[in-house]
Design a protein around this ligand. Structure first.
Ligand code: GRG
Length: 318
């Protein structure tokens, strides 16, 4: 040992003992950068150009338009947490981004939120027209399921089937579609309650984030108990994610968000800040993140990525 190395006293006070190695703090920035690159490459390969070019071009335009890639990253992280490999979950991770992208394309349509910008670019219907945008969304949704079924390797057929069932439930009327229907019906209704708002957020946003984590864990070989526990983590971060989205809609700018800011006020939408105020909304988001992280305790350091991703959700600026 050199004089620069730390010395500790042994029980007899004479010798020296090795200190346990210091655990480096988890580097979320580097982790996100590396995972985002993996996901970008996988998405590009998953959906090559084909005939008819118009619809493939429209599908690729939105799928490869950037975005945080939070959903695929959550799926990969959950799979690895339970002892699976990235490769086992990568096709499903891509499928989740395809589903998310299709929901954004349809959400932006004139008959829904009528938005001109998404991910800092013109929305799909602004570039390709409404009919092609609808079909590009449909194409992405159908392909997501085909891709999980045909591209997943190294996972039992039973677990792939379970993952497909989770995806189906998350996107249908029990998930995103249901959340969107209640959201549209509540627009301009000053009597929207916190209970209705929570239903909207849990279905429109949290359901897909939950599916990311539960499909990842299922493909990685987790027990039903662990899948359910990680599902609870995901529901809590999903709700917090949407609360932060509502806050950013008021406090941020179109430039930073890459989509129109202030839309909720314009559409007279009930949001967490409109019902609870900004500070209480922030507190609620923080509480949810604490609840989410409590679900990870039994996994120890192995859960560092999911824990850091939960913190990132409340700290994010766009
Ligand atoms: C799924 C069949 C089917 C239909 C879609 C339109 C619709 C039904 C649902 C709307 C779902 C929706 C747009 C929810 C909002 C979720 C949300 C907060 C999106 C923003 O996610 P980020 O911030 O975006 O992760 P990036 O661009 O980073 O991926």
């Amino acid at each position: 040992m050199t004089s620069l190395e730390p010395m500790t006293r042994t029980a007899d006070g004479l010798g020296t003992a090795e200190l346990p190695p210091a655990i480096a703090p988890f580097d979320l920035k580097a982790y996100l950068k590396e995972r985002q690159a993996t996901v970008e490459t996988a998405l590009d390969r998953a959906l090559p150009m084909a005939y008819p070019e118009t619809v493939y071009d429209a599908m690729r335009y939105s799928l490869l338009a950037g975005g945080k890639r939070l959903r695929p990253i959550l799926c990969l992280a959950a799979c690895e947490l339970v002892g699976g490999t990235q490769a086992q979950a990568l096709p499903t991770a891509c499928a989740l981004e395809m589903i998310h992208t299709m929901s954004l394309i349809h959400d932006d349509l004139p008959s829904m939120d009528n938005d001109d910008y998404r991910r800092g670019k013109l929305t799909n219907h602004k570039v390709y027209g409404e009919s092609v945008a609808i079909l590009a969304g449909d194409g992405l949704l159908a392909y997501a399921f085909e891709y999980v079924a045909t591209a997943t390797e190294g996972v039992s057929a039973d677990r792939v089937l379970r993952a497909i069932a989770i995806l189906g439930k998350a996107v249908g009327a029990a998930g995103l579609v249901g959340g969107q229907v209640v959201d549209l019906a509540s627009e301009g209704n000053p009597d929207t309650t916190l209970e209705t708002l929570e239903y909207i957020h849990l279905h429109k946003t949290a359901a897909l984030l939950e599916a990311c984590v539960t499909t990842g864990a299922t493909l990685g070989g987790a027990s039903d108990r662990v899948v359910e526990q990680l599902g609870q983590y995901a529901r809590a971060i999903g709700l917090a994610f949407q609360i932060i989205d509502d806050i950013l809609d008021i406090t941020s700018t179109t430039e930073v968000l890459g989509k129109s800011a202030g839309k909720d006020l314009d559409a007279q939408k009930a949001t967490y800040p409109s019902l609870l105020g900004l500070e209480e909304s922030r507190d609620r988001a923080r509480q949810l993140i604490d609840q989410a992280k409590a679900q990870l305790e039994e996994f120890g350091d192995a859960a560092a990525p999911l824990s850091a991703l939960a913190d990132y959700i409340v700290a994010r600026q766009h």
